[in-house]
Design a protein around this ligand. Sequence first.
Ligand SMILES: NC(=O)C1=CN([C@@H]2O[C@H](COP(=O)(O)OP(=O)(O)OC[C@H]3O[C@@H](n4cnc5c(N)ncnc54)[C@H](OP(=O)(O)O)[C@@H]3O)[C@@H](O)[C@H]2O)C=CC1
Ligand SMILES: O=C(O)CCCC(=O)O
Length: 478
Amino acid sequence: MRLVETAALIDGHWIAGASTFAVTNPADGTLIAEVADLGAAETDLAIAAAHRAFPAWAARTAKDRGAILRRWSDLILAQADDLARLMTAEQGKPLAEARGEVVYGASFIDWFAEEAKRSYGHTIPSPMPGKRLASIKQPVGVCAAIAPWNFPIAMITRKVGPALAAGCTVVVKPAAETPLSALAMARLAEAAGLPAGVLNIVTGLDASGIGKVLCADSRVRKLSFTGSTPVGKTLYGQCAGTVKKLSLELGGNAPFIVFDDADLEAAVEGAIASKYRNTGQTCVCANRLIVQSGIHDAFVARLTARVAAMTVGPGTGEGVTIGPLINDKALVKVESLVREAVAQGARVETGGARHDLAGLFYQPTVLSGATADMRLFQEEIFGPVAPIVKFETEAEAIALANATPFGLAAYFYSRDVGRCWRVAEAIEAGMVGINEGLISTEVAPFGGVKESGLGREGASEGLEEYLETKYLCFGGVG
Ligand SMILES: NC(=O)C1=CN([C@@H]2O[C@H](COP(=O)(O)OP(=O)(O)OC[C@H]3O[C@@H](n4cnc5c(N)ncnc54)[C@H](OP(=O)(O)O)[C@@H]3O)[C@@H](O)[C@H]2O)C=CC1
Ligand SMILES: O=C(O)CCCC(=O)O
């Protein structure tokens, strides 16, 4: 099946558009494809299509919708190698990680196809004679999904899987850097038998214009966004006019605490997994390594040795674990954060500069002697850089961890069970990895507190986001 699709999908029609934009390979800057550059007018058409398709899709049984979704998931898995190659070409991540994401992405479709069958309401004992009370669950309606480039498949299926399973129809706006994975997924959805208009993909460079239409249109009843905190705040404001339901999965600033009583090898392993996955470009990446003084030097030495041995290169390269950053802006940001930190006294243990390879490659880096006033301690780095700060007491570690407006993921390593409970409860984050650096799975609720966002994705909570609860009061029952 042809997977490289460059037209957008609206109401079952593939729309080439009057103009196109270039999608390039971040590993070498080469042109991969020219993709349809659509805008506000086509977004309006996509909303209209989703609105027309909604009643019939919502009326189907969850089992029926689930059967189509499972066919979609099967097709994705059958094409996993080709999808992974396409993803690596446009996003840059190592091929093994891209393949892992395809499987992870499919898992949301599969899981919600099952879970929607359990959209239970309640019967409620009535406090008044003659009445019977109940609640039922119904799909919220047309949903909009705005997705980022760092997980070009999974961040779409984590929204579209539960939405479609619940009976909603969707308009997706993928990131401009990675539309090809989204369009390939739409091809497979079509092949799985998803009716026209149920899933629409609007590609385009005018993110702000497309976003404004999605937010202002009262037919769109929910918006789900994953991306930067400033854009999330803008969308939050723009949705006020139509009082939409909102899911916002925004930036993080994850602390990764290593206590003296941690298993050193496990902590280093967890830090590598959490920090350097996707070349440090995930919102749940460890952003600040906070290490107790007794284990500090051994941890720094062990982590540095492991990071210095990482292989940097194009994601298709043999043994590559660190690919390019997504674009020049990202590279410049990482460079300036490290430069500033070093000027303020941080020590480069390994890396600390662009890689010799031409293009968007940054050396995997470990910095010791970081302090809480450094910018890279306060902002999401989104690159392969691990700043380490030393601490003395548990209270100090918790205070450092919570000294941020963000609260997405947090991690800590300790073998004291009492401390594990205390710290897990005290940390202000939506997700906590305890002696574990990889926490994401379709069966668990993913999301943040504070300025990291609203709502949860994955798990039964993730389905609930696409359902309304309707209360039914039966009078005159006798
Ligand atoms: N939480 C997370 O997982 C992510 C966090 N980030 C953080 O954000 C930083 C910047 O990344 P960036 O790619 O610029 O993130 P953005 O928030 O700009 O992009 C995410 C998505 O939002 C779209 N978008 C951008 N502006 C608007 C708007 N005004 N209205 C509607 N949609 C909009 C983008 O479209 P388009 O691509 O066309 O601009 C893309 O689809 C990263 O360095 C990282 O710190 C980034 C990505 C994911
Ligand atoms: O960066 C993100 O937005 C999501 C991280 C991917 C995951 O772990 O699910």
